[in-house]
Design a protein around this ligand. Structure first.
Ligand code: NAI
Length: 394
């Protein structure tokens, strides 16, 4: 894999180009919009300048890295690429059109990958002339900083390809994990309850957004609370992923989108980027100071969200979306969780998690709270996901 082609010079494409060039590849990045290319080039120049100023990269390395990237306004420039990674708009029709044109252009040996967050990799592969040379390579934002890459073979992918791509990602300094082509793959599926359960708690009036944020950070060690994080990601983006996973899973109640978030999008309160979301980011607005809530209630909130996250992780494991190691690595390396959720289940006690879920199910009579068969089996057999005192656990 000498030359890497990238399609789309937005946040993800530009980040992946930087990673590939840092690993020594020649990179050609193509975008349909010239202004997007110019912006990406200026931004990368600025980023590299900052790294040099901070002493994190030498001036000569920075110049060499920048020089390895060619900026192209036509798809034809990717003709000689050995691997092309697509990072354009999350629209199946538009992506397929690009893959049809691209696969007619590149060599038979070239590999084509998509950075899609939520679309079916098998559906995208079907648009290629050689679907067996296609797979998903899902990076996390910002790509140069987040180590995780989900490697997702399509149904049609040549079985020899994922190990090759995993080895390449290792060379790029990434932590690749294998995921099955299922809605949301690993991270975007397992992380759903962090948002959806917190939104339910808010909608029930049990606690306010700042209170829930504080509890999850203080009790759980999460870097950002769920409402801060949704404001950061953008409610349009977060809601679109939720809706996509919900639809793809045939309206599974666990992934049901929230009206509260829908209304924020309707109002244009998209979060940080629009100046307003759950929080007010306009200048001069004081940071909220959430009222304390009693210790027992703090724990009950916290445990409800954590039990739902663990349930989702156990379900992904039970239905073979990924193996134990990949699931725990993905949540720590892709979204900075303080520890792997399966390890967390062991530490808390799997039967305690089952008890919380069963209590929620009996109280609400809502199928979203049904315990994963995987978790119930582990509890019945008094098993653990990880051996006790294993220093190498997730
Ligand atoms: P973005 O909107 O920042 O950039 C997309 C770029 O693609 C734009 O510069 C646009 O001009 C270009 N583009 C659109 N249609 C094109 C076409 N037909 N041909 C050539 N160029 C075209 O989007 P972003 O955030 O970089 O996302 C790109 C992809 O990566 C999406 O599939 C998204 O789901 C996925 N992704 C996004 C993450 C994020 O946090 N933003 C994280 C992981 C994956």
């Amino acid at each position: 894999m000498k030359q890497i082609g990238i399609i789309g010079s937005g946040a993800m494409g530009a980040g992946i180009a930087q990673v590939a060039a840092a690993a020594g590849h020649d990179v050609v990045i193509y975008d349909a919009r010239e202004d997007a290319l110019t912006t990406a080039r200026d931004r990368l120049h600025e980023t590299l300048g900052k790294l040099v100023a901070k002493g994190k990269m030498s001036a000569s390395d920075s110049t060499a890295l920048f020089g390895r990237i060619a900026w192209a306004g036509t798809l034809g420039a990717l003709r000689d690429s050995d691997l092309v990674i697509e990072a354009i708009v999350e629209d199946e029709g538009v992506k397929k059109e690009v893959f049809r044109a691209l696969s007619a252009l590149v060599s038979d040996q070239a590999v084509i990958a998509s950075n899609t967050s939520s679309l079916s990799v098998s559906a995208l592969a079907s648009a290629c002339q050689k679907p067996e040379r296609f797979l998903g390579l899902h990076f996390f934002n910002p790509a140069p900083l987040m180590p995780l890459v989900e490697v997702i073979p399509a149904l049609q992918t040549d079985p020899g390809l994922p190990p090759r791509l995993k080895a390449l990602m290792d060379q790029w300094g990434k932590r690749p994990v294998l995921a099955r082509d299922t809605p949301g793959f690993i991270v975007n599926r397992i992380a759903r309850p962090y948002y959806s359960e917190s939104l339910r708690i808010l909608e029930e009036g049990i606690a306010t957004a700042p209170q829930i944020d504080r509890i999850l950070k203080e009790e759980g060690g999460f870097r950002m609370g769920p409402f801060e994080l949704m404001d950061f990601i953008g409610h349009d983006v977060n809601l679109a992923v939720t809706e996509s996973v919900w639809r793809a899973c045939h309206h599974e109640p666990r992934y049901q989108p929230s009206f509260t978030q829908r209304r924020l999008v309707d109002a244009g309160w998209l979060g940080r980027k629009s100046g307003r979301g759950f929080y007010d980011y306009r200048e001069g607005t004081p940071a909220p100071d959430p009222e304390e809530i009693p210790a027992s209630e703090r724990t009950a909130v916290f445990e409800r969200v954590l039990a739902m996250l663990i349930n989702e992780a156990a379900d992904a494991w039970y239905y073979r979306v990924a193996d134990r190691d990949a699931i725990d690595l993905a949540m720590t390396m892709g979204v900075n969780y303080p520890k792997g959720l399966l390890r967390w289940a062991d530490d808390w006690g799997i039967s305690a998690v089952v008890t919380v879920l069963d209590r929620l199910f009996h109280y609400y009579h809502d199928p979203r709270y049904r315990c994963s068969p995987g978790l119930r089996q582990m509890s019945a057999r008094s098993e653990r996901f990880w051996p006790e005192n294993d220093p190498d656990h997730g």
